[in-house]
Design a protein around this ligand. Structure first.
Ligand code: G6P
Length: 373
């Protein structure tokens, strides 16, 4: 494998850097560079009748793929008003869940071989609810998951070798946004100017991801503060809450530092008790509709001597001070911000892990694909 890494020290770093291209390839499935007012005619064209009938979305996934599902829930509900539930497959399959009629079941999986995700899908298929449509959002076209579902929506990330998922995650997010738009267009839930704006913003995404790679050096510097830490909090609100969960998962997986992702509004219901001068708190703070509330949450933490590491947009006018570190992330619209803000949390966990000397691409006790229960 060594030669494939090229100039990079680890697969994970190479895969982080591949994200602008991987996302560009993925969005090209539905977008034509010269066309800003509509999706490509051939995108999921064969499934239009099936997608026209769905009234509810159930997303099933594990690990990092589960976190992309959480973002998609916000998109399905806030952008096109289609109710959406998301659950880890390992719980869903054992609790005899209700699957409503006319449900689109989306299984998200990099490998398409995760045992729990496959079993959850098979259980639903056995129940045969009316109007069921199943979709695999998957990076491996030849996988079991793709064979066993009605619709295959690929992530065009290319092979992912690092156990910690990076480019599969951001391409899942991009593809999920395309799917939300497709369902929205078919069901006339997103039209006209709103559609044109979202398409225009998606076309800017690869450039914004590329610009976010410039954060590598400042984040490496930032990571020095984490080397001897025992525990860490990641905070976000709204669309950034799933990215806080993903940031915490990445740090746990590869640096072995205990980390928790939290919805910042829940701080006062527990984690505030943990905050002291030894607790780094990473905050995802774009200047969006939740920013003012998030800022109040940051002040609560700062007042209790927590050390803040904030990923913010320049527009937020956050400035570094004592126990407050700020890295500016490239400007991006609110809806797509979770995709761009994934990059700094990936880079942070990567650099912390390298500094601590762990096996970044093959962390202890973990497997790339969990094909047993
Ligand atoms: C394992 C991997 C994770 C991955 C998860 C789900 O735990 O280490 O990186 O997110 O499985 O895998 P899948 O292939 O279903 O996305």
């Amino acid at each position: 494998h060594n030669a494939d890494k090229g100039e990079f020290k680890h697969y994970m770093l190479k895969e982080i850097y591949e994200q602008p291209d991987a996302v560009a390839r993925t969005i090209e499935m539905a977008l034509d560079n010269n066309e800003t007012s509509k999706l490509r005619d051939d995108f999921l064209q064969r499934y239009e009748t099936q997608l026209a009938g769905i009234r509810h979305v159930q997303i099933l996934a594990c690990g990092t793929s589960y976190h992309s599902g959480l973002v998609a829930k916000y998109w399905f509900e806030s952008l096109i008003r289609v109710p959406c539930s998301v659950e880890v497959a390992s719980e869903f399959r054992y609790r005899n869940p209700v699957v409503v009629d006319n449900c689109l079941v989306i299984c998200i999986s990099q490998s398409g071989e995760t045992a729990d995700t496959l079993s959850a899908l098979r259980d639903i298929q056995k129940q045969t609810p009316a109007g069921l449509v199943s979709l695999a959002l998957c990076n491996v076209p030849t996988s079991s998951l793709v064979r066993e579902t009605d619709i295959f929506l690929p992530t065009l990330a290319g092979p992912e070798i690092g156990v910690a998922s990076t480019k599969a995650f951001t391409t899942q997010l991009a593809a999920l946004m395309l799917l939300v738009l497709k369902v929205g267009v078919i069901q006339q839930r997103v039209t006209g100017e709103r559609l044109t704006t979202l398409i225009g913003e998606l076309q800017q995404l690869p450039g914004q991801l590329y610009a976010s790679l410039n954060l590598d050096a400042p984040i490496k510097t930032m990571s020095e503060h984490f080397e001897d830490k025992k525990s860490c909090l990641f905070l976000g609100r709204g669309l950034q809450f799933p990215i806080a969960l993903e940031g915490a998962l990445k740090l746990k997986e590869i640096s072995y530092i205990h980390a928790e992702g939290y919805a910042a509004g829940e701080l006062k219901h527990g984690p505030l008790a943990l905050v002291d001068k030894d607790m780094p708190i990473v905050v995802l703070a774009p200047k969006d509709s939740m920013f003012d509330k998030l800022k109040a949450n940051m002040q609560e933490v700062h007042a209790r001597h927590g050390e803040l590491f904030v990923f913010a947009s320049e527009a937020s006018q956050m400035v570094a001070e004592d126990r407050l570190h700020v890295v500016y992330v490239p400007e991006v619209c609110e809806v797509l911000a979770p995709i761009v803000y994934s990059v700094p949390v990936q880079l942070l966990s990567y650099h912390v892990a390298v500094m601590r000397g762990t096996d970044v691409d093959q962390p202890r006790n973990l497997a790339k694909s969990v094909t047993v229960e």
